[in-house]
Write a protein that binds this ligand. Structure first.
Ligand code: ADP
Length: 331
């Protein structure tokens, strides 16, 4: 549905390139996450998909179209197929909820009767039927984002771009909006690209993720692979953060490991037994019960020191606990 072929982007007068040789492919119906710190190039990447920016090198192809080759009419047609939602919602404050949702339909010259019917249907889909005549200022953040989503869906797009769409929301509202986004993916077969600086958002809704650092893709993979076994230092930092471990955890003495418990292993009192048997001391840096989409699992981030660390790791593994090394010894 979307391919980036060695895409680079520099801004006039900018220092280093915002993106360098980025290649990736997003399949139809996939939820694809792009995670990176501030300044990593996420917004640039997402704006290249709907033609708000043009690449300095390489090609961006969306639904069969080379975006840079499109004229004004072609771009307009592309933007009807590619909806977008924003961190700060970007609603029109002078229009009602219904007026905001109807806006792209009126712009596209849709007949008024159909605008009305379609607007009602969209508001029902996002759970805002009773709010049609309210103004954005009368809504909560979560409700505003629902309006943004309904508006983005008005032209029946194939692709939905989410630009830090939950970063301004509290955790509970974030959960609800991510669930809505997941449902849209499942029910409408919508392809979704979301950019975020939070691994938690990726973990909840994405199928695959690309990790962006300094304008380069440093890692791409299924969410499960990147989350359970991060290969790049950047991905490890995001994963530690998502574990609730301080990012300095990567600096402590000893070896930082993440234990993943699934199924039966979750309930065995294994930590004390392993410590006794191998003489290893552990300190807990972080831990939580998570879900990777639908699958529950427990994780503990530990620092292991003293005793026979290798034996402890082998013992955990023999007991069905997955052990991922977050840092090597002496880091
Ligand atoms: P992110 O969304 O990950 O924070 P951005 O894509 O916004 O990253 O920015 C990547 C880099 O490109 C940054 O160094 C930023 O300063 C620069 N940049 C972004 N937009 C512009 C612009 N319009 N003009 C000049 N430089 C820009």
């Amino acid at each position: 549905m979307i391919t980036f072929e060695a895409v680079s982007k520099s801004y006039p007068g900018g220092g280093r390139a915002a993106l360098t040789e980025v290649s990736l492919a997003v399949a139809p119906g996939e939820v694809f996450g792009v995670i990176g710190a501030s300044g990593a190039g996420k917004s640039t990447l997402i704006r290249l998909i709907n033609g708000l920016e043009k690449p300095s090198g390489g090609r961006v192809v969306v639904d069969g179209d080379d975006v840079a080759a499109l004229g004004v009419e072609g771009l307009r047609a592309l933007r009807r197929r590619v909806g977008m939602i924003f961190q700060h919602f970007n609603l029109l404050s002078s229009k009602t909820v219904a007026g905001n949702v109807a806006f792209p339909l009126r712009l596209a010259g849709v007949a008024e009767a159909e605008v009305k019917a379609r607007t009602a249907e969209l508001l029902a889909r996002v759970g805002l039927t009773d709010f049609a005549t309210k103004y954005p200022a009368q809504l909560s953040g979560g409700q505003k984002q629902r309006v943004g989503i309904a508006r983005a869906l008005a032209t029946e797009p194939k692709v939905l771009l989410c630009d830090e769409a939950t970063s301004a929301l509290d955790p509970e509202t974030t959960e609800q909006i991510l669930e809505l986004v997941s449902n849209l993916n499942r029910e409408l077969g919508l392809t979704i690209v979301l950019i975020t600086h939070e691994m938690d958002v990726v973990r909840r809704v994405c199928d695959r993720v690309a990790v962006l650092d300094g304008g380069r893709v440093v890692e791409t993979g299924t969410v499960e692979a990147v989350f359970l076994h991060p290969a790049s230092a950047t991905a490890r930092r995001f994963v530690l953060e998502a574990d609730g471990a301080p990012s300095e955890a990567a600096m402590v003495d000893g070896r930082v490991v993440r234990l993943t418990f699934r199924g039966e292993a979750t309930y065995r009192p294994i930590l004390g037994a392993v410590a006794r048997e191998t003489g290893v001391d552990y300190s807990i840096l972080g831990g939580r019960i998570h879900r990777l989409r639908e699958t529950p699992y427990g994780q503990l981030t530990l620092s292991l020191a003293g005793g026979d660390v290798e034996a402890a790791i082998a013992r955990f593994r023999a007991d069905g606990v997955r052990v991922d090394l977050v840092t090597e010894a002496g880091r």
